[in-house]
Write a protein that binds this ligand. Structure first.
Ligand code: HEC
Length: 119
């Protein structure tokens, strides 16, 4: 008969593999403050990155406020977009952490859909 030594290790591995990512996804993936300074440093070259700033850049880069207010904007969508080459900036390569932070920042700008009386 085989000793069942493997069992505790296996359940630890399974718990790590399945529970940890689930737990991580339960909260905000990134750091808003870090994302904001990263956006100011790197993305502001083309995008309006400040909350409430709706100026579209000359090169067509949409303001982050507008990106956030797009009803179809989602963490997943932004993640996919940032992983694929940016048309006008092929060298834009972000680390996982930068991606998380900047996406969290962008989505933090989201406001309620504007009321008609507001504009
Ligand atoms: C060199 C200029 C430039 C820089 C720097 C830049 N972008 Fe862009 N970005 C653009 C342009 C131009 C577009 C619109 C055309 C396109 O989709 O490629 C765009 C589009 C986007 C979109 C798509 C919005 C949408 O849903 O249509 C997102 C999201 C975005 N950029 C995020 C970022 C982030 C985050 C950074 C900083 C890490 C960044 N960009 C840096 C030029 C830039």
């Amino acid at each position: 008969m085989k000793p069942r030594l493997a069992t505790p290790l296996l359940s630890t591995l399974l718990a790590t593999a399945f529970l940890a990512p689930a737990a991580a996804q339960a909260q905000d993936p990134g750091d808003v403050v870090a994302g904001e300074s990263f956006a100011r440093e790197v993305c502001a070259e083309c995008h309006a990155v400040e909350k409430g700033d709706t100026l579209v850049a000359l090169n067509g880069a949409p303001p982050f406020q507008q990106v956030a207010d797009d009803p179809s904007a989602s963490e997943i969508g932004l993640r996919v977009f940032l992983r694929t080459p940016h048309k006008n900036m092929p060298d834009l390569i972000l680390t996982e952490e930068q991606t998380d932070d900047v996406i969290t920042y962008i989505l933090s700008l989201r406001q309620r859909p504007p009321q008609q009386s507001e504009r």
